[in-house]
Design a protein around this ligand. Structure first.
Ligand code: 0X9
Ligand code: CA
Ligand code: ZN
Ligand code: CA
Length: 558
């Protein structure tokens, strides 16, 4: 919908790898079905296929042809490119669906992927169905039209093409799960792609170190080219410090489940998740389950996994990431339940239409699934809980003089001297603090020697002053009784023309002041229509003063 392309810097960066891929994927705009890349493994053999009674399923070449056909039929809204190659050298195809599809517009992004696990063929059918909803119903279905116009949806149809093909070389199937990555010696080393992601890889008894096991995690995190391709694509969607992908579904079979992170722990809200995010996961999961009749739960309620995809996507990128376990409900018996008759495909993929469109819709503001208050709180132009690097710069003006305890985004270690000084984060586990480590004694890692400054990424405020939400943040400012008014904590707004205005300031006094997270709300209506930055400063104005400052949960509300 938005015709304004993103800033040129962003275009260059974001489209670079995609253009490269698109060049390789030149047939994307041609209707002719594209042959699967040739590999030594298949030079003589016919392309593996489903048995005749299951011909409603797409094998690998049919899947690729179908994707390419959609791009040829809808060149204005569908673009196909490869995000990398499988171990055996097949392209891992991705379709982008959006209006102005060749432009990287500033629209919330959604990622959907299928077939991590070779035998889970219904997931590829589901991904193809999504591609068809979004492209064929564009212009006729008002919801689809709106979502194509206002979102950028990226779909992977088979993350594991080698395994998908191999599974069809059995009689009739092999019930294969892993990829086809093996050592030259030929020892059976294949990797469960959904145990190979790099967050808490192998941490928690949710995968196997045994090369022959179904849940073999691989020799190292990201050892599989397929997970690396997915990782690199997701990493490439961080633009100016902000991850563009907000919601995600990975499609698996089976169980009729909607699972949210984490899988590596039974704890509902561990330190590396925030309460607000957990609330949004539960609300989104339940809302989707109400639409497709699945059961929504935390993924570890099913069983513990480590190195699984959605844990990484949430932890590393704070993407609201879900595993869908498709039809049928029975727990996998390895052979039976992954191979529903092809007569089920139409109904069982259509069943998920409203749930999946709901999550695409909520890429705009996942917190809206909780309530309007959560949406207003967290979906304004700025919301930073400091759990991720979202583009703050230290010493942006080159005027800082502090010699120690400069601002850093970290896990603050509590310290105490005549009462608490530095505190654990206000939300999640990280905050912006003056020296996160405790050090050998309370005054060992506090702010010393002068000024430290941190500046946010640029944020554009609504042109209507009535619609500029308040700036809010939690702060702490603690000092010993030796403090003077030369010690300070302040927040400024840097206007578009570079001028800075102090909107909040606390100065030191010769009293012992303990650390306490305090929330502040400030009007910034004066900057309506401007692109501004938030600046936080702390100063240790006297030799040897114990001074600690912290900031968390900076918001410009809506
Ligand atoms: O084990 C998996 O990777 C997924 N199930 S499947 O039967 N398709 O293999 C489940 C992943 C979700 N995570 C957890 N259950 N922890
Ligand atoms: Ca668009
Ligand atoms: Zn699976
Ligand atoms: Ca935090």
């Amino acid at each position: 919908m938005r015709l304004t392309p993103r800033a040129p810097v962003r275009l260059a960066r974001a489209i670079g790898p995609l253009l490269l891929a698109a060049a390789v994927a030149a047939p994307a705009v041609v209707a002719t079905p594209v042959a699967a890349p040739s590999t030594s493994a298949r030079t003589s053999a016919a392309e593996p296929d489903f048995p005749a009674y299951d011909s409603g399923y797409h094998n690998w070449t049919e899947t690729v042809a179908e994707i390419m056909q959609a791009a040829a039929d809808h060149p204005d809204i569908v673009k196909v490119f490869s995000i990398g190659k499988s171990y055996q050298g097949r392209d891992i195809w991705m379709a982008k669906v959006s209006d102005n599809v060749n432009t990287d517009e500033d629209e919330p992004e959604v990622l959907i992927d299928a077939l991590h696990h070779a035998r889970e063929h219904l997931t590829t059918e589901q991904a193809l169905a999504i591609l068809h909803w979004l492209s064929d119903d564009y212009g006729t279905d008002p919801t689809v039209t709106r979502l194509v116009d206002t979102r950028e949806t990226f779909i992977v149809f088979a993350l594991n093409p080698d395994g998908m093909r191999y599974d069809l070389t059995g009689d009739p199937f092999r019930a294969w799960r892993k990829n086809r990555q093996r050592t030259p010696s030929g020892t059976a080393i294949y990797t469960d792609l959904n145990r190979n992601y790099g967050y808490d890889w192998g941490c928690c008894g949710g995968s196997s170190a045994n090369k022959s096991a179904e849940t073999y995690r691989g020799p190292a995190p990201w050892s599989a080219p397929e997970t690396r391709a997915l990782r690199d694509f997701v990493n490439s969607r961080v633009i100016n410090g902000v991850q563009q992908i907000r919601t995600h579904i990975t499609l698996h079979t089976n169980g009729e489940l909607i699972l949210w992170p984490y899988g590596h722990t039974k704890t509902n809200v561990p330190r590396d998740m925030t309460v607000q995010d957990h609330d949004a996961f539960v609300a989104l999961g339940r809302a989707m389950a109400a639409r497709n009749g699945y059961t929504a739960e935390q993924s570890s309620d099913l069983y513990i996994t480590d190195g699984d995809q959605i844990d990484w996507l949430y932890f590393q990128h704070r993407i609201f990431s879900f595993t869908f376990e498709l039809y049928p409900t029975e727990k996998p018996t390895v052979w039976g339940d992954h191979y529903p008759d092809d007569s089920r495909i139409a109904a069982q993929t259509a069943r998920n239409r409203s749930a999946i469109l709901y999550l695409i819709d909520h890429a705009d503001c996942p917190y809206a699934a909780v309530d309007a208050a959560a949406a207003n709180r967290n979906c304004g132009p700025l919301y930073d809980d400091f759990e991720l690097d979202r583009g703050w710069t230290r010493d942006p003006y080159g005027t800082d003089t502090a010699t120690a305890g400069r601002w850093e985004r970290g896990i603050p270690a509590p310290t105490s001297k005549s009462g608490p000084k530095q505190l654990a984060a206000s939300s999640g586990q990280r905050a912006l603090v003056t020296g996160a480590a405790a050090g050998s004694r309370p005054a060992a890692n506090d702010l010393d020697g002068g000024r430290t400054t941190m500046r946010s990424r640029p944020v554009t405020l609504d042109a209507d002053p009535a619609k500029v939400g308040q700036l809010s943040f939690y702060y702490l400012f603690a000092h010993a009784a030796t403090s003077t008014s030369a010690d300070l904590f302040r927040v400024q707004i840097e206007a578009q023309d570079g001028t800075r205005t102090t909107v909040f300031e606390q100065r030191g006094k010769p009293v012992d002041r303990d650390g306490a997270w305090t929330q502040v709300y400030l009007s910034i209506d004066a900057w309506a229509g401007q692109t501004v930055r938030v600046v936080v400063q702390a100063v240790d104005g006297g030799a040897g003063n114990l001074v600690e400052a912290g900031v968390d949960d900076v918001r410009i509300r809506r």
